[in-house]
Design a protein around this ligand. Structure first.
Ligand code: PMP
Length: 406
């Protein structure tokens, strides 16, 4: 069953029509960053061609237009994720910035003896800030373990949380394995002991729409560049109560109400967390990317990608000596694999010569590689513009690499 008009969709992405090393590009590194449709490129060009101005400060018309477009993008993001209030959407430079904002702010809420939990399936950007927070506050870092399939073992978490548990951090989807984590159960368990939950949605948001109010999540982060938007912009969602309690992250213009050398008072939400001139064009283009995704339909995207993942999994497993890491029943759009006795880097290099872009290495998730006792994997990650023909080229390419290298 054809769910999307892929041929039509592919026409929107100029980059998909270029050649790499003499071959038509097969772009399968979508978990690192997604490609950009013409509609988003046009939004960027339009901004710089027609109404480039600083926001929230000018009385002049251009500034007003830019401010309106930026605030409209904030409301699009609010609507997409069903946040209760637009001021709960804080523009950041991306997920990493958003996570650091929360980690820094929590310093004042923690004392020695408190515990922070992270999952074994985390990206480095989701481990290091918490280690730094533990150093500052004396809190202890604990880890929700994973099993061979790449699923989290919630029993360990459930039987060890208590009043000492203050914060839980987990990604919604693992970038290294593609596992969809049971965030509903994690949020419920954490809330039962009064702990806050931050979900890193960087890898989930391109594929699954999280409903912030239904999930009752305290914080959620996304990066526009993984959702057909530009780099350098993303969002921290926080419940209003939490954002009001959390101290500001950076000082500067735009985040203050009054300033004197004796005392400064901070602006209200969301400006308290948006010091300095933001990535105005990026925010607007993020809104355009959401419009684009809605034009296709997130439900259709999800169903198509599930079908493509299943097709690719079957094809790859038929290659002799190929092992897939992470076989959780709930997963999306990522296949991490190795060929027996062959280094992932060698496979990736040969695929690149055939015009096929995959990621090789530890995927910023060294603890997961340590768990499997491997140096890294080859990762093919899919977007809705990928096709079965591209999967066939990937399969043929891997098989050729296998024959050349073994
Ligand atoms: N978390 C996850 C799960 C990711 O996949 C990534 C990007 N690879 C990040 C966080 C970091 O996002 P960014 O680089 O956009 O800040």
């Amino acid at each position: 069953e054809v769910l999307l008009d892929i041929e039509q969709i592919r026409k929107d992405f100029p980059i998909l029509h270029r050649k790499v090393n003499g071959q038509p590009l097969v772009y399968l590194d979508n978990a690192a960053t997604s490609q950009t449709p013409q509609q988003v490129i046009d939004a960027i060009t339009d901004y710089y061609s027609r109404y480039n101005a600083n926001i929230h400060r000018g009385v002049h018309s251009l500034s007003q237009e830019a401010t309106d477009a930026y605030e409209q993008a904030r409301r699009k993001i609010q609507g997409h994720f069903n946040a209760a209030h637009p001021e709960e959407i804080i523009f950041t430079s991306g997920t990493t910035h958003a996570i650091n904002l929360v980690a820094q702010g929590f310093t004042t809420f923690l004392s020695p003896g408190d515990e922070i939990w992270v999952s074994a399936l985390e990206h480095h950007s989701n481990i290091v800030p918490w280690q730094m927070l533990c150093e500052r506050s004396g809190a202890k870092l604990r880890v929700i373990p994973m099993n061979e399939n790449g699923e989290l073992e919630l029993d360990v978490f459930k039987s060890n949380v208590g009043p000492q548990t203050k914060l839980v951090f987990v990604n919604h989807v693992s970038n290294a394995l593609g596992t969809i984590n049971p965030i509903e159960a994690i949020i419920e368990t954490a809330h039962a002991v009064g702990a806050a939950v931050l979900v890193d949605g960087a890898q989930a948001a391109p594929h699954i729409v999280a409903d912030f109010q239904a999930l009752d999540v305290d914080f959620y982060t996304v990066s526009a560049h993984k959702m057909c938007g530009p780099t350098g912009v993303g969002v921290l969602y926080g419940k209003k109560d939490w954002l009001e309690k959390l101290p500001p992250y950076q000082g500067g213009g735009e985040m203050i109400a009054t300033v004197s050398f004796e005392e400064t008072t901070y602006a209200g939400l969301p400006h308290k967390f948006e010091a300095g001139t933001p990535n105005i064009c990026g925010g607007i283009a993020f809104g355009a990317a959401l419009d684009y995704l809605h034009g296709i339909g997130m439900q259709a995207i999800q169903e198509y990608e599930e079908e493509l993942l299943q097709y690719a999994t079957e094809k790859l497993l038929a290659i002799p000596g190929l092992k897939i890491y992470g076989e959780a029943p709930e997963k999306t759009s990522v296949i991490s694999f190795n060929l027996e006795g062959i280094h992932p880097y060698d496979v990736g290099t040969l695929l690149d010569q055939m015009g096929i872009a995959v990621r090789t290495g530890h995927h910023c998730a060294q603890p997961i590689m340590d768990f499997y006792k491997i140096p890294g994997t080859v990762r093919a990650s899919f977007c809705f513009y990928n096709t079965q023909e591209e999967v066939d080229r990937l399969t043929a390419g891997i098989d050729k690499a296998r024959q050349m290298l073994s």
